[in-house]
Ligand binder design. Structure first.
Ligand SMILES: [Zn+2]
Ligand SMILES: [Zn+2]
Length: 193
């Protein structure tokens, strides 16, 4: 699974998560019925049912199906973005309790067996603070010990983003396995991909 092409460009709303075929604005595509495959940061998009099939063994779904969906038009997408930006800029201080409650609410909504459900609102991944997740002094000491080189401060932001992406994917693994604890093996299987 690659992390690029998450955002629309030109006429392309998304690209197929399996074969990278562009999915145009307003086009039909398929999404997975499993909520973890539809999180805002890691959502999967499929151009066809065979492409959807291809991700099932990887995600180890037990009970899943492909849902036909229509991509938004560009105008709808831009309206959606504008709404999201507006709700973010409003009341940043009140987002904490909302985001704490929303994943469960989201999951409940996603597990309803309605094939025509639209993508539900995101579990506020953006509201999680983007903190530094690595110990800067130890990272710098390691690089110095290995190479004698200095390390720029900005590297820890990149590495923290990378760790967040790994964490999100490990969370998906744990969730697909029906666990609420992320284990070392979830990270191992992410790193083996
Ligand atoms: Zn495809
Ligand atoms: Zn899936």
């Amino acid at each position: 699974m690659q992390e690029n092409a998450r955002e629309p460009s030109g006429d392309t709303f998304r690209v197929c998560s399996t074969c990278r075929t562009p999915i145009a604005f307003g086009a039909s595509y398929f999404r997975c019925s499993v909520s973890t495959c539809n999180r805002p940061r890691t959502a999967l998009y499929f151009c066809s049912v065979p492409c959807w099939d291809a991700h099932v063994p990887e995600q180890r779904h037990r009970d899943a199906w492909a849902e036909p969906v229509t991509a938004p038009t560009r105008a709808e997408w831009e309206a959606e973005l504008a709404r999201a930006a507006e709700s973010c800029s409003k009341a940043p201080g009140t987002r904490e309790p909302i985001s704490a409650a929303s994943p469960d609410r989201n999951e409940a909504a996603m597990s309803e067996e309605s094939p025509n459900r639209k993508i539900v609102s995101p579990p506020a991944a953006e509201s999680v603070p983007r903190e530094i997740l690595v110990v800067v002094s130890k990272l710098k000491a390691y690089i110095r010990a290995r190479s004698g080189f200095n390390t720029s401060d900005a590297t820890v932001e990149v590495l923290s983003d990378h760790l967040r992406r790994l964490c999100d994917r490990a969370i998906d693994k744990a969730r697909s396995a029906g666990r609420k604890t992320v284990l070392d093996r979830d990270f191992r299987s992410v790193l083996d991909e």
